[in-house]
Design a protein around this ligand. Structure first.
Ligand SMILES: [Ca+2]
Ligand SMILES: [Ca+2]
Length: 341
């Protein structure tokens, strides 16, 4: 009997120790110091360490909030710009997914495409055609497949990127992004690295900059103000993409981790991945079951865009997850690169 009581006490003590270890982030884990060589051009050191990934009150794919430990890595301070992407295309002759017809693209997951080169463009809908609740409305009322739209012609064949050299390159597919990264001797960040980087060293905050949407009344990211998709009041000064770095950087010196352009991550997307994710340097699942809306394997994208609005898409939050197929491209999707030390 005495032995049994001792056993219970010991087990309870072990259990509570285990709980404490799981429930409290290890604040004494500062990650890895910045390497003593010069930072690669336009990159910031992200030290890694232990952090809380996901959320407990967001959509199901963000749950459960769980601890992840990461090695340090370099991260582009900015989204890859049109000027940078142009240098890559000039050096390699690369033709993006959007610039090729469907039969040259892996048709698996290109459901939004006609058999001509082109890409998805947001076109402001006529307010009279819209349902009262945009969550219940058909997104095809504002998303159009525009033949000839691409990174060079962001609104369609009659548009160009003159004067937008410092804007993020958009209409970039996951396949385009990974090809660029290889050329630049970099790689896409993993989803865990991306979220760690977006949080800027803050612990479990709602936004990349803290708990308040507008600290001191200041807008901190290029998103959509007003009621999406009816009216964009453009309070932040930008109807579509903004030059990279137009808003304050986060704690790691990274710009536009919230809004401006969506950013591809290396991982396949699985909405249930956080239930089985390894706790150290997770690299995503081996395969993707697709997403809520897409029946094809999807890659993760993060950070939201200039189309994110409080009444529709709050996915510019650091915990928010999104996904699309590796051949999807649209006017709000770009990327940035990471690099090992
Ligand atoms: Ca805006
Ligand atoms: Ca972004």
């Amino acid at each position: 009997m005495k032995f049994a009581i001792h056993l219970v006490v010991v087990l309870l003590a072990l259990a509570s120790l285990g709980c404490r270890q799981n429930a409290v982030p290890d604040a004494s884990d500062p990650g890895e110091p910045k390497p003593d060589y010069a930072a690669p051009e336009r990159m910031a050191w992200v030290p890694g360490g232990t952090f809380w990934m996901g959320s407990d009150d967001g959509p199901p794919d963000e749950r459960p909030r769980h601890q992840v430990k990461l090695s340090g890595f370099w991260m582009d301070r900015y989204e890859v710009t049109n000027a940078e992407f142009a240098r890559f295309v000039e050096a390699t002759g690369y033709v993006t997914t959007a610039e090729r017809p469907l039969d040259e693209v892996d048709a698996n997951g290109a459901a939004n495409r006609d058999n001509v080169p082109g890409s998805l463009v947001f076109v402001q809908p006529n307010p009279n055609d819209l349902a009262a609740n945009p969550m219940l409305d058909d997104p095809l009322k504002w998303w159009r497949f525009i033949p000839g739209a691409s990174w060079k012609h962001p609104e369609g064949p009659n548009s160009d990127i003159k004067g937008k050299e410092n804007h993020p390159a958009i209409h970039i597919s996951w396949n385009d992004a990974t090809t660029y990264c290889r050329w630049a001797k970099k790689r896409l960040p993993t989803e865990a690295e991306w979220e760690f980087a977006a949080r800027g060293g803050l612990d479990r905050k709602t936004y990349c900059w803290g708990d308040e949407e507008r600290p001191g009344g200041k807008l901190m990211a290029n998103t959509w103000q007003g009621e999406f998709p009816r009216e964009n009041t453009c309070e932040d000064g930008f109807l579509a993409t903004a030059p990279v770095g137009s808003f304050p950087p986060n704690g790691f010196g990274l710009y536009d981790m919230a809004g401006n352009a969506w950013e591809w991550c290396a991982d396949w997307y699985d909405p249930g991945y956080y239930h089985i994710s390894p706790s150290a340097n997770p690299k995503g699942p081996a395969a993707s079951p697709g997403s809520t809306n897409i029946e094809f394997p999807c890659r993760v994208r993060r950070g939201g865009s200039f189309l994110c609005a409080e009444n529709y898409c709050r996915r510019y939050l650091p915990s928010a997850r999104d996904a699309n197929t590796p051949v999807d491209s649209a006017c709000h999707t770009g990327f940035r690169c990471a690099k090992d030390r």
